[in-house]
Design a protein around this ligand. Sequence first.
Ligand code: AMP
Length: 282
Amino acid sequence: MLILTKPEELRKICADWHKQNKTIALVPTMGFYHSGHEALMRHGRKIADKLVVSLFVNPAQFGPGEDLAAYPRNLDRDRAIAQNCGADILFAPDAAAMYSADHATWVECPNLSETLCGIKRPGHFRGVCTVVLKLFLLTGADIAVFGQKDWQQQAIIKKMADDLNVPVKIESLPAVREKDGLAMSSRNIYLDKAEREQAAAVRKGLLMADSMVKAGETDASVLQNAVLEFWSKEMPLGRVDYLSIVDAENLKELNIIKGSALMACAVYIGKARLIDNILLNA
Ligand code: AMP
């Protein structure tokens, strides 16, 4: 596995691969790998001739006061995991390599960004779109793999690629979870023992809403109130950032569930901001 830090080196090797008619899968990440990242990498390994994994804690997607400086990092361990998952390249640039001092161009996808995490983290998806488009252009990836834990992110990337005619296929994989249902996240490391125990309630609340929908409930506010009440009992250390029910495609808020909908949430527990979601089928 090659470890690259310079965008131009990445571009050159990927261009050579394309000349040899090799297909390229890209898995963009911020590192500190867990089994969710591994699932994406192993999938990427299977579906293309070459696998590029990027590891970049993208400053442009962190707001003031967010955890950019504290974001967990462990390059040695990540390198071993990426290699083990069959990556051909681990692309780990620093911020200066990705953004020149006079960087001025940004990619935005307003409609899908004006809901859920986009409201709570202004500028976040602008940073995500910009760096992901740069990675698409550098690699010319045929396929890029994302996680459905970040449902809004994969929806926005699909829309961006479609709108800008980027010839990349976007695939998304279900969230990999801990035994108690907590979605794996690099940020789970921030949780102390009591916080970690309570964090399992995030998923349990969403599953409770799912059961209610299966039993016939379609009123979004009834479902939301039930989950909030459950969390207030089971997760006293939690602070809900948002809990929304939206159309799974256009991410617009729904009052009544007809067909399928997405229940998505962000919850602060201690220093961690945890996100999760579930597809509800009425
Ligand atoms: P991150 O390093 O957190 O930016 O995540 C990199 C990629 O891994 C994104 O596409 C995420 O959606 C995906 N991902 C993060 N957590 C999980 C998980 N628990 N299961 C599956 N994919 C995940």
